[in-house]
Structure formats: C-alpha cells, structure tokens
Design a binder for this molecule. Structure first.
Ligand code: DOR
Ligand code: ZN
Length: 345
C-alpha cells in the first residue's frame, strides 16, 4: 500500500468559532495538526491582546490533557486599530493581524474600509516583523464575484506592497492563476495559503446537478484552469512560498442549507488526507511535506514540528454529519463519501 511519512503539519488558516461549536471542532485539528493560525472573525471580533489570550485559553481548554496542539493567535484589523495594539500584540506573541476588507466575507462588517487610512498601523507591523494576513478580494459590488481576487491584486495588494517595502504579507486562500503567478513572482516577504477545496474542486462542484451549499465558500470556487494553476504552484518552482491553510470554516447546517446560506466549508476532520489526495492526483506527493509542514513554519519564523504522521492510500468513509453543539449539525467536506487517503493509526 502506498504510504508517506511527513513532519506533523500545521494549519496556517483555521476558524474554530466559540463556545459549544469550538468544543466540537478543535479536537479534529488537534488530531492531525501541530499548530494552527486561528482566525479572529468571531462576533464580536478579536481586536485586542486580552481577548486573543482568553480565546486562546478556551481553545486549550477544549484539548485533551496530553495534546501538544498549539493555537497561534491573530488579531482582527479594524479602522480603529492603534499602533499601541500592534506593539502589545508583538510583546504577547500574537503571530499576525488579519485584514478583512469590510463586507468581503463572513463576520467582516468590522473590517477595514480603507487600508491606506491605517498606514501608521501597517508601518508598526512592518517594524515589529508582524505579518499581515489578507482576505484578498475587493468588495465593490460592480466587480464580478469570480474576478474579485484578481482585481484585488491590482487595486490593493500591489500598491500596498509598494508603499510598505518591509511588510510581510500572506495572501490567504488564493484561488486563481493570477494570484498564484503574483506570489511566484513576488519577493520572499509574500506567502500564500491554499485550501484543500480549491486544490480539489472547481465551480462545477458548486453548481452542476443543483447548488451544493457546502461547497460555497469565499473566495468562491473557480474555473478548472485556476485549480490546475494552483496545483502547478504547489509543486513547481518557488513552491516554498505556498503553504497549508485549510480555511476550515464550520457553520451549522441550518445556516448552510437555507435561502441565503453563508460562506464556509468544513475540512478539519480530514484536512491532511484531502491535501494528500490532491497532491497524489498530480504525482506530487514528494512536495506535500514542504507545503504542509515546512513552508508555513519558515514563513512564521517557527521551528518545524518534531514528530511525524504517516498517511496511507486507504479509503476512509466520511460521516454524513458531525455534532456542532446546541442541537446543530455540521456537514463536512465529502460527507457520506470517501477520501482516498487515511492517517495511519
Ligand atoms: O468561506 C469563508 N468562510 N470565507 C471566509 O473568508 C470566512 C469564512 C468564515 O469565517 O466562515
Ligand atoms: Zn478564513
């Protein structure tokens, strides 16, 4: 049976929500990931060090006693973020700030309305070597949803990097050939995360044979040519810029299967297995360890994890749902279907 042993991976982009939902989803990531960069888009958002540290404690409290899973905390950037908050965050080992353009996605209402109005805050981040994690989509209603990422590169990302030559940036959950090419050509201070769903699926998986709300996430699934470009990016030259970030974004079934379903796909239950399937599909399993376990750690200036996991090419069946607390259900990616890879217990 085909198998591969890799350094334990990290998830550099993860949503774990709060309260009962948090209790339900954190163990899934802790089973396979060494660390995870925790997104701050709670309601209300995590905007200061104090709330980030209490959020971190809640995550730790949801772990088994012997778990070594480490949450890496981030703060939510708003129009009101101060330079003092940046310095406090650096002192408290907060790993990054997350930029949600206001209105771009789930819980982004408190996001930044004009990046160029908070330049002193971004300069402070560059000064303390704190990366900015960007949700890279414009929010202009006149821009087609499939083009919002490519337009963001021209309208926001390029001017931002020009204006702040020392700011380190992660272009989160990239979905297009445009973004992949931009990152490949960028300086080493620019990295990017890629989700399993964008490596495995295109927009047909969302829309053909009926709308599948569990495949609706933002940025939205794109044309097949973009998926192929992402696979090329993670396996080609300059692939060290790309790293694992699931964007696993759990929502209760009632908020996904309804008239105006919200964005987010849950993948934490089998993230590394989904990535293994994607890399195997192009004969690039030898590139999986760098993507999953080394490139992200290097970007964040962290040591690699010291233990390993072994993946085997053995089908696993994914349950139709998981409990999500409060009598709610959580529908995972591949619900009631199989994934070609498993973790060797
Ligand atoms: O699909 C998404 N869901 N994209 C995001 O950017 C946010 C996330 C969420 O928090 O649910
Ligand atoms: Zn996200």
């Amino acid at each position: 049976m085909k198998s591969i042993t890799i350094i334990r991976p990290d998830d550099m982009h993860l949503h774990v929500r709060d309260n009962e939902a948090l209790q339900c989803v954190v163990p899934f990531s802790a089973r396979q990931m060494g660390r995870a960069v925790i997104m701050p888009n709670l309601k209300p958002p995590v905007v200061n060090v104090e709330s980030a540290l209490s959020y971190k404690q809640k995550i730790i409290n949801a772990l088994d006693k012997d778990s070594s899973f480490t949450p890496l905390m981030t703060l939510y950037l708003t129009d009101k973020t101060t330079t003092d908050t940046v310095y406090q965050a650096a002192d408290a080992k907060i790993v990054a700030f997350k930029l949600y353009p206001a209105g771009a996605t789930t819980n982004s209402d408190d996001g930044v309305t004009d990046l160029f109005k908070i330049l002193p805050v971004l300069e402070a981040m560059a000064e303390v070597n704190m990366p900015l994690l960007v949700h890279g989509e414009v929010t202009d209603n006149n821009i087609d949803i499939f083009e919002r990422e490519a337009v963001f590169i021209e309208k926001t990302l390029k001017p931002l990097l020009d204006k702040l030559p020392n700011l380190r940036v992660v272009f989160e959950h990239i979905t297009t050939a445009d973004a992949a090419q931009f990152v490949i050509n960028a300086e080493d201070r620019v990295g990017a995360t890629i989700t399993p769903q964008h490596l495995l699926m295109n927009r047909n998986h969302l829309l053909v044979g009926g709308i599948n709300p569990h495949h609706y996430c933002l940025p939205i699934l794109k044309h097949e040519k973009h998926r192929l470009a992402l696979l090329e990016a993670v396996s080609g030259s300059n692939s060290h810029r790309f790293f694992l970030g699931t964007d696993s974004a759990p929502h209760p079934r009632s908020k996904k299967e309804c008239a105006c379903g919200c964005a987010g796909a849950f993948s934490a239950h089998a993230a590394i297995e989904l990535y293994a399937e994607a890399f195997d599909s192009i004969g690039a399993l030898d590139k999986l360890e760098a993507f999953a376990s080394r490139n992200g750690a290097r970007f964040y200036g962290l040591p690699e994890n010291t233990d390993t996991i072994t993946l085997i090419k053995k089908e696993q069946h994914i349950p139709a749902s998981f409990s999500f607390g409060n009598d709610e259900l959580l529908i995972p990616l591949r619900a009631n279907q199989t994934i070609a890879w498993s973790i060797d217990a």
